[in-house]
Design a protein around this ligand. Structure first.
Ligand code: ADP
Length: 243
């Protein structure tokens, strides 16, 4: 029996790969469009009552109460600003491209180190090929690293290939997240009480955005509290070869 010629196998594989690519492209585009529209509409609609509240707050006699109200309103306005900025950025960036995750993430880790931030990086051997949206994937990664730096002092990033997926883990030395909160922290604007009371300057959007991006690429994020303390956030993504 002859080995199949390139004419029999090559084009078929190319066709299958192209079909999978197009399907993912369509899925991502629909996801981005839906969410962008929703985020823009909600942020816009929230601004109107907030402006009215700001005007009314100016009439509160008690100075302490008035200041606190204005502070809270300022916080809400900045969250809305961040949401709108995110929606605009998403709309502008939606091309899928083949990427080497080792390279993309090592550069991002290097940028942190150049800025004097403690971010370690161990790559997987060889290139780690995925197909995705560069800016969105980098954002998912940096959101998780920013959290490790904010809540857990330092970030150790490791890339590992596991069968048909790549696992990018970000480990820190902080307090971790109680297991009962694991679902909650992926909800938009959700923050643990301890983070609200400490001034960490977050919006509660970081993990929900990271999760949305990873899911839109056909992956998922998992959490682990380490026995020795600290949180491990693992971003799982399908390798290009698996699609
Ligand atoms: P934020 O802008 O508040 O950091 P995120 O969505 O990124 O929002 O995270 C949600 C909440 O999850 C945070 O407010 C914090 O309470 C908790 N969290 C996230 N990452 C970590 C971490 N590495 N260690 C401990 N707690 C974390």
């Amino acid at each position: 029996m002859n080995a199949p010629s390139l004419d029999e196998t090559g084009p078929r594989e190319v066709r299958l790969a192209a079909a999978a690519f197009n399907k993912m492209q369509r899925r991502l585009r629909a996801f981005v469009e839906d969410r962008t529209r929703m985020l823009a509409a909600v942020s816009h609609d929230l601004r109107t009552p907030l402006t009215r509240m700001r005007l009314r707050a100016e009439f509160v006699d008690d100075d302490g109460v008035r200041e606190k109200m204005l502070e809270d309103l300022g916080e809400m306005e900045s969250m809305i600003g961040a949401t709108l900025a995110f929606a605009r950025d998403e709309a502008a960036q939606e091309t899928l491209e083949p990427l080497d995750l080792n390279l993309l993430l090592s550069r991002a880790a290097e940028d942190y180190r150049d800025a004097g931030k403690p971010v370690g990086f161990s790559p997987a051997p060889g290139p780690v090929r995925v197909v995705g949206r560069r800016t969105a994937l980098k954002r998912a990664f940096t959101n998780v690293v920013e959290n490790a730096l904010k809540y857990g002092v330092s970030a150790d990033v490791a890339v590992a290939v596991q069968g048909e997926t790549v696992a990018v883990s970000v480990t820190d030395q902080g307090p971790g997240i109680p297991e009962a909160e694991w679902d909650n922290v992926f909800r938009p604007f959700y923050r643990l009480e301890a983070s609200r009371s400490r001034d960490t300057g977050g919006t509660g959007l970081g993990l929900s955005v990271a999760n949305d991006v990873v899911r839109a690429h056909g992956g998922e994020i998992r959490l682990e509290n380490r026995v020795e303390g600290g949180l491990k956030v693992i971003l799982h993504l399908p390798l290009e070869a698996a699609r």
